[in-house]
Design a protein around this ligand. Structure first.
Ligand code: GLN
Length: 203
């Protein structure tokens, strides 16, 4: 039995759980989904989802319950990880905020990217679009107060770019060894990335 943990402190946890169940059915793979709310729940998992939500809240709660060091170690040890939207912000080595203009503290710092939080603006600037993602083909992507990737360095690589009317060409998806980081919300439109995670976790 393969176990996938979903960091379940805040954000769209349910949507990821549903997407994982759907992905396990379509790929005919046996998966148990674990909601990760405390450090010990990280011990038995083979794959990890860091969901979207509010990165400052998730970060605060993770450090409040003492989850941060183990979470960081687990990802650095190589556990397959899918991080979406706020999840991408949490994994980034560097982050800035486009709306608040405040400097950000270092987060988990495991992914070689700089992100700009809320890069498209506020909630009313959220949108949907079709996107070409290397290794996944064309996907429908939902951007909700999304970040963009403003800098990426080895071994992280961009796997998708978006041409935005205001911002021009921006990086919205990256891969670094065991990690895929997406600025959008795949759990709302496709199971492709959850299938990737399950397949990596089974290896
Ligand atoms: N704007 C949020 C943040 O920076 C992310 C939004 C999301 O996950 N949909 O934390």
């Amino acid at each position: 039995m393969t176990r996938i943990g979903v960091l379940a402190l805040q954000g769209d946890v349910e949507e990821h759980i549903y997407a994982l169940m759907k992905a396990s059915k379509t790929s005919n793979l046996n998966v148990e989904v674990v909601e990760v709310k405390k450090p010990s729940q990280l011990d038995s998992i083979d794959g990890l989802v860091i969901p979207g939500g509010e990165s400052t809240t998730i970060r605060y709660l993770a450090s409040y319950i003492g989850l941060t060091p183990k979470l960081k170690a687990k990802i650095e040890e190589g556990i397959p990880t899918l991080a979406t939207c706020a999840g991408l912000v949490i994994l980034a080595k560097k982050a800035r905020d486009a709306v608040l203009k405040e400097p950000e503290q270092s987060l988990l710092g495991v992914l070689n990217v700089e992100v700009l939080r809320n890069a498209f603006g506020r909630q009313k600037d959220s949108f949907e679009t079709k996107l070409l993602v290397e290794g996944f083909g064309e996907v429908k992507a939902v951007f909700i107060r999304a970040p963009i990737v403003t800098e990426v360095w080895n071994p992280a690589k961009p796997i998708s770019k978006l041409n935005h009317p205001k911002l021009g060409e921006v990086i919205v998806a990256v891969k670094q060894e065991n990690i895929i980081g997406l600025a959008f919300h795949p759990e709302l439109t496709t199971t492709a990335f959850h299938e990737w995670l399950i397949n990596e976790a089974i290896k």
